[in-house]
Design a protein around this ligand. Structure first.
Ligand code: ZN
Ligand code: ZN
Length: 301
């Protein structure tokens, strides 16, 4: 599971920071979480092949989290995309996109399925062979959801070197599914653990977009491998954080600590701060395994 940050800024523009957008790479699929203004340029700069973009998740309808969406979709259309794109987002997103496309007389040559997220309760969005994705409620000025992305554990790895040359290929799947094989033709028995090793473990990434400090989040993100949590302010602006329904670096770290996550990634920094050093200092004092998100940098878990 590879997480690449494309934007670390918040709503007010900062000359060196782009608004929210995070790319998640799972096997051969790309997932985009939030799509702030100019996200399509960030994808170009980072040489991301948008053909592989399969799902887009929008946390809420503040502009710094979706103003790039119409531009990105329009460019995918100009690039002759034909593959379906699935977009998960708040109620209103569909209306907004339809209005933009109808006023510009744009007819997309690929299908977009827009699925409405529920801001009031945790819910399963997607469950396939490799991915399990949930939303959970965040407390912000408008309806907002976090996302929990789990890459499922890989199947068992078959140790082909240990298998006899006459091992029937038809039984391979049984071994990778964790079953032992009883070959009725030869009468031979193959104990699963003698011929397989553990596949890669499940990996989890939680994305807490804009939110006030809220311990209700904790139960949804327990023990994740990587937690992205917004840190718009420092503790000196704690009141401002509360009024605007945002969190401080220290508060993000408290959530990470309570949820016993393995690693914390901070982003969504207010434009009022030019240096981000204090964000790391403040969070690391509470939760040492903290990183500041960096634009164009990836974390592999
Ligand atoms: Zn924001
Ligand atoms: Zn917001």
């Amino acid at each position: 599971l590879e997480i690449t940050t494309l934007g670390i800024g918040s709503a007010s523009p900062h000359k060196e920071r782009h608004p929210s957008a995070t790319l998640v790479k799972v096997a051969n699929d790309l997932l985009l979480i939030d799509c702030g203004e100019g996200t399509q340029y960030r994808l170009l700069e980072n040489r991301i092949k948008t053909k592989r973009l399969k799902y887009i998740f929008i946390s809420h309808l503040h502009g710094d989290h979706y103003f790039g969406l119409v531009g990105l979709l329009s460019s995918l259309n100009m690039n002759k995309r034909t593959e379906e794109l699935i977009i998960y987002g708040p109620v209103g997103l569909k209306k907004l996109l339809n209005l933009q496309f109808s006023l510009s007389d744009t007819k997309l040559n690929f299908k977009i399925s827009i699925k409405v997220t529920n801001p009031d309760t945790a819910e399963e969005l997607l469950n396939n062979d490799s991915l399990l994705i949930h939303t959970f409620p965040l407390k912000h000025r408008i309806s907002c959801t976090g996302f929990l992305i789990a890459q499922k554990a890989a199947k068992r790895k078959v140790l082909t070197d240990l298998l006899p040359s006459d091992f029937p290929a038809a039984y391979f799947k049984m071994l990778s599914d964790g079953q032992s094989v009883n070959d009725t033709h030869t009468g031979k028995f193959y104990k699963n653990t003698d011929f397989t090793s553990d596949g890669e473990e499940s990996k989890t990434f939680a994305y807490c977009s804009d939110t006030i400090f809220d311990t209700e989040i904790v139960k949804h993100i327990k023990n994740v491998d990587l937690l992205y949590h917004e840190a718009t302010f420092l503790e000196t602006e704690k009141n401002r954080a509360k009024i605007t329904f945002h969190a401080t670096a220290s508060e993000a770290a408290q959530i990470a600590k309570l949820a016993q996550v393995k690693q914390l990634l901070l982003g969504h920094f207010s434009a009022r701060y030019d240096s981000l050093d204090l964000f790391l200092e403040e969070a690391a004092a509470v939760f040492p395994n903290t990183l500041l998100a960096e634009q164009g940098k990836s974390v592999i878990i």
